[in-house]
Design a protein. Structure first.
Length: 479
């Protein structure tokens, strides 16, 4: 694979993020998605874990007969983070690194992304827009004896492409054990005639971000890949000129312009990047995370009865079995275990204008499956409904600013799904809420103010921003 100039690539992505598309309007994409849903036959049925075909409860864990794909293991966690020093839980153990990848191509000088209308067994609305390629190693090496995923040859070096983004990024740390995927964007030449197969469509980055205003249209894998995109670093004089041009042409709303300034400004930050690195490094040194594998039957407070794995108080999440029948997948019928959340959660960033530029309040969060102890997370990240009044087991800093936010202070509010290949019909309320001058700049030890530009700089490296933070970043649009 070839690479090309970073500045040119970032500028091309910025142009795509400000473009409404060359082929199809956003409203027509929504209509097309509705048609995809109506055309595909699917049937997802919950069945006992003990009845899952090709899966066995062996050595006190649940695993596939091939030894591939993933397993459901029990773990014991010991930590000095938070108020609970030790607990047990089931977790998805999937050590394979899979592909989450986009093919992009310029049309009329604007980068377009090749997206797939894809069904996953856990999707709330069946079909969602996913990357061009979304496949585990077991999938694309055809352990299931199915056909190879579409466009795989573009990602394995068999076809001439230019690599624009290539990063290893973490998955949900509370549900996966040290899981990472390869997030990759490759470009084909403008003069290359690439076949657009059934269920695929070309859209701009701006259209993807526009579709993220709607619930459960853009899947989690798309969100994590586009969150890896940087848009460049610009001086204050350049940004002032851009602002004059935008205002003259009425291209942006005030909020969109503010986000664009926060993502492009290279200098106007409350904290230097080196100070942020020292902050997160100190917390990684301070906190301990000891994870030990244990048998499912050894987990305290969890029960496996052959039907599900569930907490004795029926909270957090459970593990269920499903039989899947889908008409347009590489394999059309299979069984698998899935994680089902007890309730929907909430995750959100607080934003505050500091020195004339919007900063986001980032949390350093420890989760049981984290690869490197703590990762940067949204201000609030509650994956289940335990945050509700009377049900929370511990105080969640800054939660009241989301639950009691005034409409005029809410910049973004949409339900978005978790990854439908492993999580069963799980969605969380995603929020971005502005706070005013009354909110202090000085925050608790585990929190830090950062601009969008700084957060995207950390996305470039592995295991800094967690998937919840990246999902919210992906939703920020500039028009």
């Amino acid at each position: 694979m070839k690479t090309r100039n970073v500045e040119d690539t970032q500028f091309d992505f910025l142009v795509s993020a400000l473009h409404h598309g060359s082929f199809i309007s956003t409203s027509d994409i929504l209509a097309w998605m509705k048609e995809q849903n109506e055309r595909v036959n699917s049937e997802i049925t919950q069945i006992p874990i003990s009845k899952l075909k090709d899966w066995t409860y062996k050595d006190d864990r649940i695993r596939h007969k091939s030894g591939k794909f993933y397993s459901i293991d029990g773990i014991n966690i010991k930590t000095n983070y938070g108020i609970t020093p030790e607990w047990d839980q089931p977790i998805i153990n999937q050590p394979e690194i899979g592909f989450l990848g986009f093919i992009v191509k310029k049309f009329n000088g604007v980068v377009h992304f090749l997206m797939q209308a894809k069904i996953e067994p856990g999707n709330l609305n069946i079909v969602q827009l996913s990357p061009t390629l979304q496949a585990t190693r077991s999938n694309y090496t055809r352990v299931h004896n199915g056909v190879a995923p579409n466009y795989l040859e573009y990602f394995t070096g068999k076809m001439p492409v230019t690599k624009l983004v290539d990063q290893l990024q973490s998955e949900q740390g509370a549900r996966f054990l040290q899981k990472r995927n390869r997030n990759i964007i490759i470009e084909v030449a403008e003069n290359e005639d690439i076949e657009v197969k059934e269920n695929f469509i070309w859209v701009t980055l701006g259209q993807i971000k526009e579709l993220l205003r709607y619930p459960n249209i853009i899947n989690m894998d798309t969100r994590t890949v586009i969150s890896c995109i940087k848009f460049g670093n610009y001086s204050e004089s350049t940004l002032r000129l851009l602002s004059v041009f935008q205002n003259h042409n009425k291209l942006l709303t005030s909020k969109s312009e503010s986000f664009l300034y926060s993502v492009l400004s290279a200098t106007n930050h409350l904290h230097d990047t080196q100070d942020i690195i020292q902050w997160i490094s100190a917390l990684k040194f301070k906190y301990e995370l000891e994870v030990s594998k244990i048998g499912i039957s050894e987990m305290t407070c969890w029960n496996y009865d052959g039907d599900t794995i569930h907490h004795e108080d029926n909270k957090y999440f459970d593990v269920i079995g499903v039989n899947v029948q889908i008409g347009n997948r590489e394999v059309v019928a299979w069984d698998q275990p899935m994680v089902r959340s007890a309730q929907e959660g909430v995750m959100g960033f607080l934003v505050k204008k500091i020195n004339g530029i919007y900063h986001f309040l980032v949390q350093a969060k420890l989760e049981s499956g984290n690869f490197d102890i703590v990762e940067m997370a949204p201000t609030v990240q509650c994956l289940t409904g335990n945050y509700r009044t009377g049900e929370n087991e511990y105080s969640i800093p800054y939660l009241e600013y989301f639950l009691g936010a005034k409409t005029e202070n809410i910049w973004y509010s949409t339900h978005q799904s978790e990854e439908g290949g492993r999580f069963f019909q799980e969605q969380n309320l995603n929020l971005i809420v502005e706070v005013g001058d009354e909110f202090p700049i000085d925050v608790e030890e585990n929190y830090c103010w950062m601009t969008l530009n700084q957060m995207l700089s950390f996305v470039t490296y592995n295991n800094y921003l967690n998937i919840a933070a990246r999902s919210l970043l992906s939703a920020i649009s500039f028009y």
